[in-house]
Design a protein around this ligand. Structure first.
Ligand code: DGY
Length: 425
């Protein structure tokens, strides 16, 4: 069974491989997405190291001059996706979106470097990527934390990757819809509309795009101008972890200044994260930077915080919270608490399980020594694949496959979970 799953996972990656980048899935997502690529590279690394490095190289070939790495790169025209390059109008030779996504590349590149069999290739590629990834991290702290709090804000739900999370409901309701140009959604032609964000959320997503576009995508202006500014513990944990991993990589590649700065970013971030802790929920919460208030929403973002080296008592509390979620959800880790009123088992980030988040949570908990919870998460992840194939996400109640099919990063995570026995559990 294990070998069959590994072969099937490799087939999914090959099927979505466009030579120098990989699409998340055919139809629904026909371009290169930022964090999909970084996590998918981890899958390629198990059977084609050169191809894995190319995936990250292609992503960083489209980094903006200010350091931002965009969330979508529109390598080819495809009329089946909305909003396409004409809506973003970022003016790039190869069109890109104008916002970013969780910066998981620092983590991925360290992992690929240390696991590499071809050390010469890995050294050459990691050395070239190191300053680019560092420039992206510096961009984050400069553009998304102008007050120097130690944590960055996302300015659009799409930046979080958790597009329609309950976490954004209140802040997103503040985004107006007047002036939104008429549009036709295409995502609902490729996937079940009951699995996707609502029309009202889409109108606000597009309002934000139009608003940033009207500011010429100038990242020195977007943060303060945006009505949506949320500090997500999950997003920040990914950034902090990538900074910490980049520091380790920089040590190995003899780049002491990058190592020093990256360690400083990580240390400040970890310290600042404590402001987001909730004793009531036993997990971290999002902070609405517009109001200065914590957002009372027990979602997976506050559990993903354990991907960074949070204090041991917080990691232990998160493990206990996940264990409790496991008493009510058949499959861990639901993206929202099943006992909350807003929980929706099938709708994108309002309840379903995502294997990439399971992978990052499991990795963080393993580092924190919480092995029993890791075992349950990995076991549930493999069961979901066995029952329902390589879906985009799954119901935590019934394992129903949701969203797109033949999903690249789901397949990549399966290779991570299974291909190196003992590596994850
Ligand atoms: C989408 O189109 O659903 C994406 O999540 C936006 O990045």
């Amino acid at each position: 069974m294990k070998h069959t799953l590994i072969e099937q996972a490799q087939q999914v990656l090959r099927r979505n491989d466009r030579g120098t980048y990989t699409v998340p899935t055919h139809g629904l997502y026909p371009f290169q997405w930022n964090w999909d690529s970084a996590l998918s590279a981890l899958g390629f690394a198990h059977f084609d190291e050169a191809r894995a490095w190319t995936e990250i190289d292609t992503l960083f070939a489209h980094q903006w001059e200010d350091g931002m790495v965009p969330h979508i790169i529109f390598h080819e025209r495809d009329e089946g996706y909305f909003p396409g390059p004409d809506v973003w109008a970022t003016g790039r030779a190869v069109p890109t979106s104008g916002i970013t996504q969780p910066p998981v590349a620092g983590f991925a590149v360290r992992r690929m470097f240390e696991a590499a069999i071809d050390k010469n290739l890995a050294t050459e590629r990691a050395k070239a990527l190191l300053p680019r990834i560092h420039a992206w991290h510096k961009w984050f702290f400069r553009s998304r934390d102008p007050q120097g709090s130690g944590l960055v804000a996302i300015l659009h739900p799409w930046e979080s990757g958790r597009d329609n999370s309950v976490d954004w409901d209140v802040a997103l309701a503040r985004v107006p819809t007047e002036g939104v140009e008429p549009f036709t959604r295409l995502d609902t032609h490729h996937a079940n509309p009951a699995h996707r964000p609502t029309q009202s959320q889409y109108e606000r997503y597009i309002w934000l795009v139009q608003s940033f576009r009207s500011l010429g995508w100038d990242n020195t202006r977007l943060h303060d101008a945006s009505p949506f500014r949320v500090v997500d513990p999950g997003f920040n944990a990914i950034l902090i972890r990538s900074c910490a991993d980049l520091a380790e990589l920089a040590d190995q590649l003899d780049e002491p200044e990058i190592a020093r700065q990256s360690r400083e970013f990580a240390a400040r971030g970890i310290a600042a994260m404590e402001r987001l802790w909730s004793d009531v929920h036993g997990q971290y919460l999002c902070l609405d930077r517009t109001t200065g208030e914590l957002i009372d929403s027990p979602s997976i973002g506050g559990l993903l915080a354990v991907f960074a080296a949070v204090p041991a008592d917080k990691a232990a509390a998160i493990a206990r919270r996940i264990d409790r979620l496991g008493d009510v959800a058949k499959f861990l880790v639901p993206s929202h608490d099943p006992s909350a009123a807003e929980f929706d088992a099938l709708r994108y980030w309002r309840g379903p399980v995502w294997l990439i988040v399971n992978y990052m949570i499991a990795d963080g908990l393993r580092h924190a020594g919480q092995h029993a919870t890791v075992e349950r998460i990995v076991g549930d992840s493999v069961q979901l694949i066995e029952r329902s194939g390589f879906a985009e996400y799954y119901s935590p109640v019934t394992a129903e496959p949701c969203g797109g099919v033949h999903f690249t990063w789901t397949a990549a995570m399966v290779l991570e979970f299974l291909a190196k026995p003992g590596a994850m559990a």
